[in-house]
Write a protein that binds this ligand. Structure first.
Ligand SMILES: Cc1cc2nc3c(=O)[nH]c(=O)nc-3n(C[C@H](O)[C@H](O)[C@H](O)COP(=O)(O)O)c2cc1C
Length: 201
């Protein structure tokens, strides 16, 4: 049974364009995989605590010696990692806020990157351990970037996923969303076409 993990991060909830586009993709996926399992996590609606020294200390404390607060923090981190380990398909809603991803989405990446669990260092350098997955990233922006240097979303997300072993990544863009009604409509239509093409098979 295939499993899809959807991570939303728009601060506009269901009104966010990245969420709307990701939802559309997931509906198609669900239709094609009626027995598939979908795990949804909205990191804007339910933000993760920032990865701080207390969290790192909790992770480094042996299980039997953790305080209740430390155990709770480790359980959260373990749950997030378990979700992505189980997923065959990863869907990320990645709006651009101030040239990069929402800080809530950054927090999610901070939790799932764990040495010896989702990546490891070898004599040849880092090796991602979350292999065999396909990721779809719904990147929404007020202005137009393509993959210009000012686009701090594509580079970061691609790098982070590759670091974790996820190299089969498709970006679906909706650019120019805040440039007026016409460009906005065209951008959303273009992304919807891309989704239709990706899910047509
Ligand atoms: C706080 C904030 C910061 C933003 N920063 C940028 C930016 O740096 N560049 C840009 O092109 N658009 C920016 N935008 C516009 C968003 O990218 C655009 O509204 C997009 O629709 C957000 O995706 P969403 O609808 O899924 O939340 C920003 C919007 C907000 C609310």
């Amino acid at each position: 049974m295939a499993t899809l993990l959807q991570i939303n991060s728009s601060i506009f909830g269901g009104q966010g364009v990245s969420t709307t586009l990701a939802d559309r993709f997931v509906s198609h996926w669900q239709a094609a995989n009626p027995n598939g399992q979908i795990i949804r996590r909205d990191v804007a609606a339910e933000p993760l605590p920032h990865l701080d020294s207390a969290t790192v200390a909790a992770l480094m404390t042996p299980a039997g010696q953790r305080t209740p607060a430390q155990a709770e923090r480790v359980t959260l981190a373990d749950t997030l990692i378990d979700e992505i380990q189980r997923a065959d398909v990863l869907v990320i809603g990645a709006p651009m806020y101030n040239f990069t991803i929402p800080s809530q989405l950054k927090s999610w990446f901070d939790y799932i990157a764990r040495a010896r669990v989702t990546f490891r260092y070898t004599e040849h350098g880092p090796e991602g351990l979350l292999t065999g997955k396909k990721a779809y990233v719904f990147a929404t922006r007020g202005s137009v970037y393509g993959e210009a240097p000012a686009d701090g979303v594509t580079t970061y997300v691609r790098q982070m996923l590759a670091f974790l072993g996820i190299v089969d990544v498709e970006f679906i863009y909706a650019d120019g969303l805040n440039m007026g009604d016409e460009p906005r409509t065209a951008a959303i239509a273009g992304a919807e076409q891309a989704i239709a093409a990706l899910t047509a098979a």
